[in-house]
Each structure stands twice: as structure tokens, then as C-alpha cells.
Design a protein around this ligand. Structure first.
Ligand code: F6P
Length: 195
């Protein structure tokens, strides 16, 4: 069995402000997480000869991976957060106030709702296909540092959760989800590194 470790980036400045999307850097708590994560990975993958660290192309995931040393890092555009198009950079409150129809449509069908000039969860699931194929092909452990919507979709794939649940799956910050693929099926552990 080989592990796949899934985690969101450390808390970003936009997370603190409640703004979606964007390309902000880490908050202080996010930086602390990046160091704790590096420590955790060092111990967890101590006995592994090879492993790789996958991030998106957004700063917050690259910065979260920075303290990790000794393993190759790969950036994937396909691991970028759901594209919130016209709503990028807004808070949920601002969307509700300024674009009430958009807000309502998303509430009604979060899986299929597509942001104006952006993506839906279904779009994200589709663009993740090459990432999943490559993840399945890997023999060594992979650490995936990505974003909330993307990790919901990846997690659902490995944990065999139904499509309709995906937009609601809990993927908290500062938590590592370890997935073990064995002959007997999939096992899961969660490690919370900061409260
Ligand atoms: O708030 C963090 C974030 O990653 C946003 O960038 C993104 O739009 C959102 O979460 C996705 O979560 P939800 O689909 O619940 O809005």
C-alpha cells in the first residue's frame, strides 16, 4: 500500500478576509502550517525512497510546499481552485448582495452551478481526470497540496462518495487526509496539525 496525502494550502490572506478565489499569499497561521506540514511529511515519508509533492500553480499552494525539502515538486494547472469567474475576489456576502440570482442558483444546485465566466463543480471534476489517472499510476507516495473544491472532488473519487455529496464534503484547513490504497480497499486517516 502507498499513501496519498491530501491537504489544502495553509490559511491564505484571502481566507482571513473571507474572499473567494484570488492568488493571495499565506497568513501567519498559514505559514505556521506550512512548517508543521513539512515536519509531518519528513516523519511520515522517512522510510520512503521516493515521493512527490504536487501543488497547483497558485502562490498559496507553492508557498505551503516551500518548507518541504528532499522531494520533487510538480505544479499542475488542473489542481487550481474552482474558477469563480465574475465572482472572483468577492465574499459570499457580497455575492448575495450584488448578484442575488447567482447566489440563489448556486444554493439550489451547487454541483451544477457554473459561475459567470467561471466553472462548476462538474467542470472541476472533469478537468481533474488527467490528475487522477497520473495519481493512480504512481507507485510512490504523493502529497497533493491544493484547494477546497478540488480536494472535495479528489477525495470523493478515492473514498467512493456519490457525486451529489461532493460540494458539501468537509475538507478543513490545516488538516491532512491520508488515503491508503491497499488490496482490501481504501483506508483513511485525518491529522489535524493546528486547532
Ligand atoms: O474560500 C476558499 C475557497 O477555496 C475559495 O477560493 C473557493 O471559491 C471556495 O473555497 C470553494 O468552496 P465552495 O464551493 O464551498 O464555495
Amino acid at each position: 500500500p502507498r499513501p496519498i496525502l491530501l491537504t489544502r494550502h495553509g490559511e491564505s490572506q484571502d481566507n482571513v478576509r473571507g474572499r473567494i478565489g484570488g492568488d493571495s499569499i499565506l497568513s501567519e497561521a498559514g505559514e505556521i502550517y506550512s512548517k508543521k506540514l513539512a515536519n509531518f511529511i519528513k516523519k511520515r515519508l522517512k522510510s520512503e525512497k521516493t515521493a512527490s509533492i504536487w501543488t497547483s500553480t497558485l502562490q498559496r499552494t507553492i508557498l505551503t510546499a516551500t518548507p518541504i525539502v528532499g522531494f520533487p515538486k510538480i505544479q499542475w494547472r488542473a489542481l487550481e481552485e474552482i474558477n469563480s469567474g465574475a465572482c472572483d475576489g468577492m465574499t459570499y456576502e457580497e455575492i448575495k448582495r450584488n448578484m442575488p440570482e447567482e447566489y440563489e442558483s448556486r444554493l439550489k444546485d451547487k454541483l451544477r452551478y457554473r459561475y459567470p465566466r467561471g466553472e462548476s463543480y462538474l467542470d472541476v471534476i472533469q478537468r481533474l481526470e488527467p490528475v487522477i489517472i497520473e495519481l493512480e499510476r504512481q507507485r510512490a507516495p504523493v502529497v497533493v497540496i491544493s484547494h477546497q473544491a478540488v480536494l472535495r472532488a479528489l477525495y470523493a473519487y478515492f473514498a467512493d462518495r456519490p457525486l451529489k455529496e461532493i460540494p458539501q464534503i468537509e475538507v478543513p484547513l490545516h488538516t491532512i487526509i491520508e488515503i491508503q490504497m491497499g488490496v482490501t480497499g481504501v483506508q483513511e486517516k485525518r491529522y489535524k496539525l493546528i486547532d
